[in-house]
Ligand binder design. Structure first.
Ligand code: ATP
Ligand code: MG
Length: 333
C-alpha cells in the first residue's frame, strides 16, 4: 500500500524553503495517503545541538507541521529518537551501503566544508539513517526539497541491495521522491547559488516562519538582485539566479507557474516586484507563525501529540525490524 514518509530536522528556525519544499506538500498528501511525518532529532545531532534546547526545538517543528495544516488525527507525527527501530535498521543498512556510494554524496561535502576530518561520523552516514527512516515504514513516496534527491537515490540503492543480498525480492519498496514545483528549491536571499538553509549563519538569507511582517518586508527589500527589469520569458529568467529565485518564490506562494508570474510582471523593476512579493509572503506566512505561537503556548498538548504519534510509529516500525532481523539471520529473530 502507498505510504508517505518525510521529516525536518530540529536544527534551527524553519524557513520558507522548508515550508514550500516540504511542509505544504505533507499537508496536501495526508488526505490521499497514509502519512508519517517525523521530527528528525537523530539527524539534527550530526552537528552540535545544545541539549538544553533540543526538546524545545523538536516541539517547534511539530508546531510548524500542525500550523501549516498537518492534522495529527490524519498524519502520524513523532520524534525520530522515540522510535528506536530507525537507529537499529540504520546499523544494518550501514553494513549494506558501500563507502563508494557515500563518498559521492554532495551534501556531506558541502556541510563538512574545509574541515572534513573534524566532522562527526554521523554527518557522513546521515543518508544511511535517512534510508532507514523511510524503509522502516516501507514508505513508497517521500516529499522533499530538491536538495534531497541524491539521498533518495541512495535509499533506492540500499533497498535494492538489501533485497538482493538477503534474497528477499520486493521486501523493501523502491520509494519515489516527490519533488515538484517552483518551491522545491528555494535559494538564499543573499546568494542565488546557495539554497536557503536553517544552518546559514545569516538570518537575512532566509524568511523564517516566525518572522514578523516587518522582518519579512525588510528581508525581501534587502534581497540581492540585479538592476534589470523582469524579463518576458522563463528562459531569460533562468540566466539570472537571484531574479529567478524571487519569481519562483512568488509563483510557489501564489500557486502559479513562473511563466504566469512573468506575464504579470515582465518589464517591471524590483521596486515594483519586491513589495508585491513581500505582501504575498506576509499574507501566506503570518497566519502560520501565529498558529505556531499559539501551539507553543501549550507544550503539554504538543507533547501528547508527539507521544501518541511515537506509539503509532513504533507499531508500524516494529514488524519491519523483526522481519529484517530474521532475513539477516540474527539469533532469536
Ligand atoms: P539544515 O541547514 O540544518 O540542513 P535545512 O534548511 O536544509 O536545514 P532540513 O531539515 O535539512 O532543512 O530539510 C527539511 C526539508 O526541507 C527537506 O525535505 C528539504 O529537502 C527541504 N528543504 C530544505 N531547504 C530547502 C530549500 N531551500 N528549498 C526547498 N526545500 C528545502
Ligand atoms: Mg538540510
Amino acid at each position: 500500500p502507498p505510504r508517505v514518509l518525510s521529516g525536518v530536522q530540529p536544527s534551527g528556525a524553519l524557513h520558507l524553503g522548508n515550508y514550500l519544499g516540504a511542509l505544504v506538500k505533507f499537508t496536501r498528501l495526508q488526505h490521499e495517503i497514509d502519512t508519517f511525518i517525523f521530527v528528525a532529532d537523530l539527524h539534527a545531532i550530526t552537528v552540535w545541538q545544545d541539549p538544553a534546547a533540543l526538546a524545545q526545538q523538536t516541539r517547534e517543528i511539530a508546531a510548524a507541521y500542525i500550523a501549516s495544516g498537518l492534522d495529527p488525527d490524519k498524519a502520524t507525527i513523532f520524534p525520530q529518537s522515540a522510535v528506536r527501530e530507525h537507529a537499529e535498521l540504520s546499523w544494518i543498512f550501514n553494513c549494506v551501503a558501500r563507502l563508494g556510494w557515500l563518498d559521492r554524496m554532495t551534501q556531506f561535502k558541502e556541510k563538512s566544508g574545509k574541515h572534513k576530518e573534524r566532522s562527526s561520523v554521523g554527518l557522513y552516514t546521515y543518508p544511511v539513517l535517512q534510508a532507514a527512516d523511510i524503509l522502516i515504514y516501507k514508505a513508497t513516496h517521500v516529499p522533499v526539497g530538491e536538495d534531497q534527491k541524491q539521498h533518495l537515490e541512495l535509499t533506492r540503492d540500499i533497498a535494492q541491495k538489501f533485497n538482493h543480498d538477503f534474497n528477499a525480492p520486493g521486501f523493501f519498496p523502491l520509494p519515489d521522491p516527490l519533488i515538484q514545483g517552483p518551491g522545491a528549491r528555494v535559494m538564499s536571499l543573499r546568494d542565488g547559488s546557495a539554497k536557503m538553509s536553517k544552518s546559514d549563519p545569516s538570518d537575512y538569507s532566509r524568511i523564517n516562519l516566525t518572522d514578523t511582517a516587518d522582518d519579512i518586508a525588510a528581508k525581501v527589500k534587502k534581497a540581492r538582485t540585479d538592476p534589470e527589469p523582469l524579463p518576458e520569458t522563463i528562459e531569460e529568467l533562468a540566466t539570472r539566479a537571484e531574479a529567478d529565485n524571487l519569481v519562483g518564490i512568488f509563483a510557489a506562494l501564489a500557486g502559479k507557474t513562473k511563466a504566469e508570474v512573468l506575464a504579470d510582471y515582465a518589464g517591471k523593476g524590483f521596486g515594483t516586484f519586491k513589495p508585491a512579493l513581500a505582501e504575498l509572503a506576509v499574507e501566506s506566512l503570518a497566519p502560520v507563525g501565529e498558529r505556531m505561537r499559539g501551539l507553543l503556548g501549550d507544550p503539554a498538548v504538543l507533547d501528547a501529540i508527539l507521544a501518541k504519534g511515537a506509539e503509532k510509529a513504533r507499531e508500524a516500525a516494529a514488524p519491519t525490524l523483526a522481519e529484517v532481523k530474521k532475513l539477516v539471520g540474527f539469533w532469536g529473530a
